[in-house]
Design a protein around this ligand. Structure first.
Ligand code: PGA
Length: 250
């Protein structure tokens, strides 16, 4: 269960949210809970979470470990701050920052090489869905992201199915539709490596997840968790989402 805070929260606000979530969720056994603050708040949020069950994640990473890449942040830098996860290929990065399947693959390899667990985002636009292209597009994005990875690496990944039209719109996918795409993500991963690795791969749903609709997604056998944007910015709603998810999977 991952919270993507996007470009929200100053350091002070991030520490307050991390501390509030720690209080509510540190006892939430059975769930891997990941908070992804902006880069500027990673260090402080990490300190607020130190010694807890809650993990820290970043929202992007560069593929090189260091170098002349003004404004970029590398995997070793994220590890140094205590990050264990990193979101890669979010549709907002693809749409506004020139992220491509090629850069996603490089970033996935860099993250895994450094010991960070990638949360790779895939998903179609509304036009692509209407045109019946969801399956081919998602399969292509998954194949590109997993290119060259071995079975153990694939088993350590999370892939988030995030239909672009559902992100931040209040219009989530149905559980059934999301479950179908989750199944084809797992199938694609299995064809590329081994079914045993694909079975361990974690598939998340993201896009307008709330405390009220999370159960619908978690009830789908192929969906293991969620990547939550807007509803992760408040302790009460994110904690309620995690608790509701646990109640379904328990
Ligand atoms: P949302 O964002 O929950 O606000 O729709 C999800 C995401 O972009 O990861």
């Amino acid at each position: 269960m991952a919270g993507n805070w996007k470009m929200h929260k100053t350091v002070g606000e991030a520490v307050a949210l991390a501390a509030a979530l720690r209080e509510r969720l540190d006892g939430a056994e059975g769930a891997d809970v990941v908070l992804c603050p902006p880069f500027t708040a990673l260090a402080a949020a990490g300190q607020a979470l130190a010694g807890s069950r809650l993990a820290l994640g970043a929202q992007d990473v560069h593929w090189e470990p260091q170098g002349a890449f003004t404004g970029a942040i590398s995997a070793p830098m994220l590890l140094d701050l205590g990050c264990r996860y990193v979101i890669i290929g979010h549709s907002e990065r693809r749409q506004y920052f020139g992220e491509t399947d090629t850069t996603v693959a490089r970033k996935v390899q860099a993250a895994l090489g450094a010991g960070l667990a990638p949360i790779v985002c895939v998903g179609e636009s509304w036009e692509q869905r209407q045109a019946g292209q969801t399956e081919s597009l998602v399969r292509g994005q998954v194949a590109a992201a997993l290119d060259g990875l071995d079975a153990d690496q694939v088993a350590g990944l999370a892939i988030a199915y995030e239909p672009i039209w559902a992100i931040g719109t209040g219009r989530s996918a149905t559980g059934k539709d999301a479950g179908e795409v989750a199944a084809l993500i797992r199938e694609t991963a299995g064809l590329m490596t081994a079914p045993t690795a694909a079975a361990r791969l974690r598939v998340l749903y993201g896009g307008s997840v709330t405390p009220d609709n999370i159960a619908e997604f978690m009830e789908e056998p192929e969906i293991d968790g969620a990547l939550v944007g807007g509803a992760s910015l408040k302790a009460d709603s994110f904690a309620a989402i995690v608790q509701a998810a646990l109640a379904v999977k328990a």
